[in-house]
Write a protein that binds this ligand. Structure first.
Ligand code: SF4
Length: 456
């Protein structure tokens, strides 16, 4: 088996919320389709009359609440997720049945309103639940060009016939936490040096480029927290959810004692980034948009309230990425595949590892903290009410952040020698639990809170 060749920047991606599977990947699909179709022959482009977008599986079931329709159209209009403006997305949502700006493909203008995106079958025969098919049609509705895309979780996009891009071999290869521990023991290399060497070998980027990429990610995380702390009023959608982060943040000053204030701040930071995500604003997948509040909250706490230096925070973020590599490779980070244990659960494990490595620089302890955190998120279902990444998602980020800190404390304060590299077994349990979980609890809106709280 070849070693993991995922990059830190595969896990942490900047883009609009509220769901990496439902917004970032579909926006990439729209953008890719427009670029590919632009290379069609002039004769084919001349015949093309219309663009058709069909959503399947969980994209169909909860795509409306997640804003998938606007995301695909924004992508077709030529916007990649990293730079797509929040104003454009807000405008597309407001004018559902009107074409805002034309979609330009190979110099030809197509007019398409967000409301024309078709919500097709939830149960289907495509190889992945989150499927979307984009077609260029002639006047008889026959396809001139089509592409079948799969949103496979965490903003990753594949398509029919996709093959993984060529990547360099990691300097320190591993596929499991046990292999990682063995490799580090044998080589004597530090955790962060091994990860930096791997990132350089896999991506071909220089150390300076990697550091500046990590800084961009950390800054975007902090911006998502600050955006949420500045936000007031209702979040978009029918649930009438109030933004709460700023209120909680102000109230944290009134808490008695250091511990109370500390937890209140962590909760406020996590709510802030999660509320920004729910508003469809720019966040960082960590590992997904739905879970985009957990790591930014511990990052802000470590930076602002515990004074942990930037160098350690970068190293902590790299360690968090390793936890996501293992979970993605050996289970899943998609709510549509394994439920929320793969999103908030994995984010909690990543955050626990990040805190522990940033504070202790001990990779074994960091992996142990991740195992503790994930162990207590097993079985977590994905059941967003009315398909909006708001209830339970926003508060779930806050609870995940506190659990991450708790896991860090347990790992650090336990008797030395108790810890081990059991993370692999917990990830295996997550994969098995996810396999056995009914599809009602996998981002389809057909079970759990989504049906027990229909009127909220
Ligand atoms: S319940 Fe969890 S997995 Fe589902 S949308 Fe919300 S955050 Fe994502």
């Amino acid at each position: 088996m070849t070693s993991i060749t995922l990059s830190i920047f595969d896990i942490f991606k900047i883009g609009p919320g509220p769901s990496s599977s439902h917004t970032i990947a579909p926006m990439k699909a729209g953008h890719d389709f427009a670029q590919e179709a632009a290379h069609l022959s002039p004769e084919k482009l001349e015949r093309a009359e219309k663009i058709e977008v069909r959503l399947y599986g969980s994209l169909s079931a909860t795509g409306e609440g997640h804003g998938t329709d606007a995301a695909v159209v924004a992508g077709l209009m030529g916007n990649p997720p990293e730079t797509c403006s929040t104003d454009l997305i807000d405008g597309l949502h407001l004018q559902k049945n009107k074409s805002v700006d034309p979609i330009n493909i190979g110099g030809k203008a197509f007019h398409m309103a967000v409301g024309e995106v078709i919500y097709d079958k939830v149960q289907h025969d495509f190889p992945f639940s989150n499927t979307l098919v984009i077609r260029l049609l002639d006047k008889d509705a026959a396809a001139i060009f089509e592409k079948e895309y799969y949103s496979v979780g965490g903003g990753f996009l594949q398509w029919k016939g996709w093959t993984a891009p060529e990547r360099g071999e990691p300097a320190y290869g591993f596929n499991s936490a046990i292999e990682l521990g063995k490799m580090m023991k044998e080589s004597g290399v530090s955790g962060h040096d091994a990860l930096m060497q791997n990132e350089k070998a896999i991506t071909g980027a220089s150390e300076e480029e990697i550091i500046s990429g990590i800084d961009l990610i950390l800054d975007a995380m902090e911006a998502s927290v600050d955006g949420g702390l500045d936000g007031e009023g209702l979040l978009p959608g029918p649930l009438k959810v109030q933004r709460n982060a700023a209120y909680l943040y102000r109230n944290s000053c009134t808490m008695d004692g250091f511990a109370g204030r500390f937890i209140a701040l962590l909760l406020a930071y996590a709510l802030a980034a999660a509320e920004e995500n729910a508003a469809g604003h720019r966040v960082v997948t960590a590992p997904t948009c739905g879970a985009a509040g957990v790591i930014p909250s511990v990052y802000c706490l470590l930076k602002r309230n515990l004074g942990i230096p930037r160098k350690n925070l970068r190293r902590g973020l790299m360690t968090a990425a390793v936890v996501a590599f293992l979970c993605k490779t050996n289970a899943s980070i998609a709510g549509a595949e394994v439920g929320c244990q793969g999103e908030i659960g994995v984010a909690t494990a990543m955050a626990a590892a990040m805190i522990t490595y940033a504070v202790q620089e001990d990779p074994v302890l960091a992996v142990h903290a991740a195992a503790i955190a994930l162990e207590h998120q097993l079985g977590l279902t994905c059941d967003p009410v009315k398909g909006y990444v708001q209830i339970p998602c926003i508060q779930r980020n806050a609870v995940g952040a506190v659990k991450a800190y708790t896991a860090h404390m347990l790992a650090v304060l336990e008797k030395p020698g108790y810890f081990d590299l059991r993370l692999d077994y917990v990830i295996k349990a997550m994969a098995e639990t996810g396999r056995d979980m009914s599809c009602k609890y996998k981002e389809t809106g057909l079970g759990g809170l989504a049906v027990c709280m229909p009127e909220c």
